[in-house]
Every structure is written in C-alpha cells, then in structure tokens.
Design a protein around this ligand. Sequence first.
Ligand code: FES
Ligand code: FES
Length: 179
Amino acid sequence: MTAPEAGDQVHTATVTLTVNGESRALEVDTRTSLLDLLREHLGLTGSKKGCDHGQCGACTVLIGGRRANACLALAVAHDGAEVTTVEGLADGDALHPLQDAFIRYDAFQCGYCTPGQLCSAAGMLTEGGPSAVTADLTGDPALTPGEIRERMSGNLCRCGAYVNIVRAVTAVSTAGTEP
Ligand code: FES
Ligand code: FES
C-alpha cells in the first residue's frame, strides 16, 4: 500500500476480529488489507506476502473456516469475522496433522509458501463438491492427487515442492494411511 502523503485524508475504522481464537480490536486505515493487519498490526508474520496481488497464495488464511487470500481481503470488510492463520493451526504443542505430514513428507524447501499451503490444505479438506477436473459431478469426489493438485493450484511453490506437498496432503486426507 502506498504511504499517505501530506494533505491526504486518511480514514480510519475500528475492526474487531477473532484471530486464532482471541478477540482483537484495532483502529486501522480503511485501505488496510487483512494481510497487513495480521502482519503489521498484530505481529502475526506467519502469513506471507508473496505477490500482494492474489496470484501466489502465500497469504492464504481461513476466514470463517474458508480459505482466502488475505492480501485481497480488506480488513474492514471482515469486521466480526473469525480468522485462522498458520499460527492458529496447532493445538498447543500438538502440531496440526497437516503440519506433521509436511515435516514427515519433506513437503517444503525454503518454506516461504508453506503457511499458505497449510492453510489452503486445511480449508480444502473441509470443502466438498466437484472441481474443474472432477469427471462425475454428482457427488463429492475422492481427493486423488489430481484433485488435490487442482484444488491447491492457487498456491504456488517457487521451490517446486509440489510432489511432496501432494503426498503430505494425501496422507492426511486418507486419515493417515500411506499414499
Ligand atoms: S500475497 Fe496474497 S496471493 Fe500472493
Ligand atoms: S518451499 Fe520454497 S516456495 Fe515453496
């Protein structure tokens, strides 16, 4: 976001969110994205800013349980929402099954895309319905590697860790059985 210049009129608003189970209220410039609110105002830097244009998925968080690109979400438009970031996936010291699987399957290299991959996968696992690659449109398809690749296609990995990302997500989606 371009910094306001002298003479610019800055409009602010109070935004109240439940972030990772904790109620947070803060006054922000109405142009603030949810990603900047999380990173710059709340210090939750797990969500990454890759492109800031909705193209890479590094900023993916869950809003009301549904995955969303936080860089495209205006914070004021989500007043009252429940937001889960990668910092909120684990249950205390117990990793989320996806976090555990990403480690076991070596599903990252630099790790920059990983928070977005994890939040996207967590959201995806609760979604049903067909995708663009589903042949039978009458039910909820099995999460085959092809389905996972399609449904996670908004999350780019510059390191190319896709093969093991799909293996890790498959391991969780099949309730721990080996892919
Ligand atoms: S930083 Fe949001 S999609 Fe790239
Ligand atoms: S692990 Fe480096 S961008 Fe995905």
